[in-house]
Design a protein around this ligand. Structure first.
Ligand code: ZN
Ligand code: ZN
Length: 335
């Protein structure tokens, strides 16, 4: 079993438990591959989350603290990796990565620099989008609405902006794993009324957004998704199936079936699995549910995962696992 995306309370303001406790759980569950991927620090005060305000008295102090924390993460992750590389009786192999956000172009450029400067440690990145029009979309409902409002309350424009930021990140970073592809749905209110033609969210008129397949509803949105997937395919990237949506109460993981069908068609059906855990209780969370999704709903023939490159090649290679092996993995006996 694998997870390609994780955080911990040591290095992420909304993480719940120390990294060492999470690692104990990972080993206990018998993961085959587990990737440690804390965020690249954000460098501009406007992108500091409210939960990070206690890290310092001034924005400079907070930013310095985020940078120091990331450096500490790198050495801690290296120590964990070395510890288990020397412990053959433990099945789990750890890969060190980072999650890149796409706050804006300056951040993307900075993230690339951090990747290069730490190329001896960082082996890959998860490429994500957490902001639309510079406003966080996965923090709370209010910010999500602020973001939609900044795009004239037009959900089609909101999606186009999301997928445009994703494309900018993809073309600049070429992440081996693309994170929570349809994160925009986290705070999408199912009863929100939308004009099915224009995408305008008028409080008085329109149809409930939940009655639409938003990926296939508007040709320009559909084209943007296909463009992004074809680009990911061009460099051999993978799309993560991320269970954090399930633990947050959504019906489908990221991405939902509409996107997954397009991944099958345009991105070689290269799915990897992630728990995006932020604490011990979230390690392997909802994996039973996601197994059904993978086997019964998506009916995948293979699941993909990253494997450590042979030295000196640090970049992991993308491997595939037949679904028959996935469903018979010894991991399932432990959850
Ligand atoms: Zn993320
Ligand atoms: Zn994350």
């Amino acid at each position: 079993m694998h997870s390609h995306h994780s955080h911990s309370g040591d290095y992420c303001a909304h993480g719940a438990d120390p990294l060492n406790s999470m690692i104990d759980r990972v080993v206990q569950l018998g993961f085959h591959t587990y990737c440690l991927t804390e965020h690249i620090p954000r460098l501009e005060s406007k992108f500091i989350y409210p939960e990070e305000l206690e890290l310092g008295d001034t924005s400079d102090e907070i930013i310095t603290s985020l940078e120091t924390s990331f450096k500490n993460f790198l050495s801690h992750a290296r120590e964990i990796k070395a510890r288990y590389a020397a412990t053959p009786e433990v099945r789990t192999r750890f890969i060190i990565g980072t999650e890149i956000e796409s706050c804006d172009m300056d951040h993307i450029k900075y993230a690339k620099r951090v990747m290069t400067e730490n190329s001896g440690i960082l082996q890959f990145c998860v490429g994500s989008v957490h902001h639309v029009n510079g406003i966080p979309i996965d923090f709370d409902q209010e910010q999500w609405h602020n973001s939609l409002h900044s795009l004239n309350d037009n959900f089609r424009l909101f999606l186009l902006s999301y997928f445009h930021s994703q494309y900018e990140m993809l073309t600049n970073v070429k992440p081996l794993v693309v994170g929570h592809f349809d994160l925009f749905k986290l705070f999408l209110p199912s009863g929100m009324l939308v004009d099915p033609k224009t995408g305008l969210c008028d409080k008085e008129a329109g149809v409930p957004i939940a009655s639409l397949d938003v990926i296939n509803q508007w040709p320009d949105v559909y084209d943007a998704v296909v463009r992004n997937l074809q680009f990911i395919d061009s460099y051999g990237g993978t799309i993560e199936i991320n269970t954090s949506a399930l633990r947050k109460g959504l019906e489908e993981p990221y991405p939902g079936k509409a996107v997954c069908d397009l991944v099958k068609k345009h991105c070689g059906s290269r799915f990897v699995l992630s728990d995006d855990a932020h604490g011990v209780a979230q390690v392997g969370v909802c994996y039973g549910k996601v197994k059904k999704y993978i086997v019964d709903v998506l009916q995948l023939k293979y699941l993909y995962y990253l494997e450590e490159g042979v030295p000196p090649q640090k970049v992991p290679s993308v491997r595939k696992l037949p679904i028959s092996q996935f469903v018979n993995d010894p991991f399932w006996a432990n959850i």
